[in-house]
Design a protein around this ligand. Structure first.
Ligand code: ZN
Length: 446
């Protein structure tokens, strides 16, 4: 069935089409087929389509979250004893490595389901997740897939974080989980897989060699944390006599399908290496602030031509809050109100994030024009001042961010939420079951 979205204010994210004040979009299967002004709407289109009335709402491309951890979805309000972190390593050891060890298949499933529901509610249509559950490794990605893709219909790129922190057996299990899942994703357009790695400081050369052997000739991308805290550099320099990006480069990890999360403590040479390799760097400003790990020099990385995207590292679900945090924090740390421009914010969120998704899923996303995948959101927004193509980013950052009212979310031509109601899933029941699963999860944390 075709879908016709009528009478919407369409921000196409396309320089030719611009902003269409009172427009329509026709979806055929999973594609955008026609876009135009209401007065150009062919008469017979409406008869053969399911109609979604736009009511003057803003129609935007769905958002991409380029790095997250949905396993943290059930951590909200969690109060653990003995948490008084002095460093980034303490934050991992005192909070996240205690939570992830307590995860079982049930809590993995509900973490993904609740995380996915919150993403849909906030207009995120593509999610790139990085998962860890050391006591339930095998089959964990299938649970996440079942929730995100099977139950909800989100475009999802998954991986399991391989790490030596729980011994060589768990590292081997992590390798097997990634490869088995990678091999299973070929036929599904909503699904993509990377090979997950925790971080250089928790991975020995031996584990990398075993991974390389297990991968055989597969062409893969990787998803790894890079220089999030100073510990990653200290470990690499002490153990391998080189800086961490150089180590990953020598190990063959850097490449155009590899996501490097954070990249905070990098020197000039490492930035050059990343640029030359064409690797992706994903910025997570709110998480960086919360963990007090510092902030990557994003304006400099952009000037070097690195494909910088935006994620949230599991810190909430509303990506515009991260976009606004990015827009603000670089001005603050550089004491320069010009440090980040609206054009750079647009580049990261509305160009680079979709280029990252294109590399991982092999489909065109992020513009509302014929031939692109139908990943769209309708947003309630009353503009108190004139809104046009030129000032859209101002409205987004100072009006919509932190105040986002997504009413309808469509992924791959399928309506996942309509007028705030989730389609095909009992949301109340999902939250009720998640709370019960969370009680059991919290009870297992040591
Ligand atoms: Zn992360």
């Amino acid at each position: 069935m075709n879908i016709l979205i009528e009478k919407a204010r369409i921000w196409t994210n396309d320089s030719e089409l611009g902003l269409i004040e009172n427009g329509f979009v026709l979806l055929q299967d999973n594609l955008i087929a026609q876009v135009g002004r209401m007065e150009e709407l062919p008469q017979n289109l409406a008869e053969r389509a399911q109609i979604i009335a736009g009511h003057g709402q803003l129609l935007l491309p769905g958002f991409v979250c380029a790095h997250t951890h949905l396993y943290s979805a059930l951590a909200r309000g969690m109060a653990l004893s003995g948490v008084a972190p002095q460093s980034f390593t303490d934050i991992l050891a005192q909070i996240w490595w205690r939570l992830d060890k307590a995860l079982d298949k049930e809590s993995i499933y509900y973490s993904a389901l609740i995380g996915g529901l919150e993403l849909i509610r906030n207009g995120v249509t593509t999610v790139i997740d990085h998962h860890a559950s050391p006591n339930a490794i095998r089959g964990s990605l299938a649970e996440i897939k079942k929730a995100l893709v099977g139950e909800l219909g989100l475009r999802s790129c998954l991986c399991y974080e391989i790490s030596d922190r729980d011994g060589p057996e768990r590292a081997m299990e992590g390798i097997a989980e990634n490869i088995e899942f990678f091999d299973s994703t070929a036929q599904d357009e909503l699904l993509s897989a990377l090979i997950g790695l925790h971080a250089s400081f928790s991975l020995s050369d031996r584990t990398f060699a075993q991974l390389r052997q297990a991968l055989g000739g597969r062409e893969v991308g990787f998803h790894i944390h890079l220089a999030e805290g100073p510990e990653d550099q200290e470990d690499s320099l002490t153990q391998y006599g080189k800086r961490v990006a150089a180590r990953l480069n020598d190990l063959g990890i850097l490449g155009p399908r590899t996501i490097l999360a954070h990249g905070i403590h990098l020197d000039e040479q490492e930035q050059e290496l990343i640029a030359q390799a064409g690797a992706i760097l994903v910025h997570n400003p709110q998480s960086n602030m919360n963990n007090a790990v510092g902030i990557a020099d994003i304006p400099a990385l952009l000037r070097k031509g690195i494909l910088v995207g935006l994620g949230n590292d599991g810190f909430g679900y509303e990506m515009l809050s991260d976009l606004r945090a990015m827009f603000l924090v670089h001005k603050l740390v550089q004491h320069d109100p010009q440090a980040m421009s609206l054009a750079q914010a647009h580049q990261v969120f509305f160009r680079n994030n979709y280029e990252i998704a294109r590399r991982l899923f092999g489909v065109k996303l992020g513009s509302i024009r014929p031939g692109y995948r139908a990943d769209l959101i309708l947003v309630d927004y009353k503009a108190p001042t004139p809104l046009d193509e030129a000032n859209f980013m101002g409205h987004l950052l100072f009006g919509l961010a932190g105040n986002l009212e997504v009413r309808t979310t469509i992924v791959n031509g399928r309506v996942l939420m309509r007028e705030r109601e989730m389609c095909g899933i009992d949301e109340q029941q999902a939250y009720r079951e998640a709370r019960e699963a969370t009680r059991r999860l919290w009870g297992r944390i040591e």
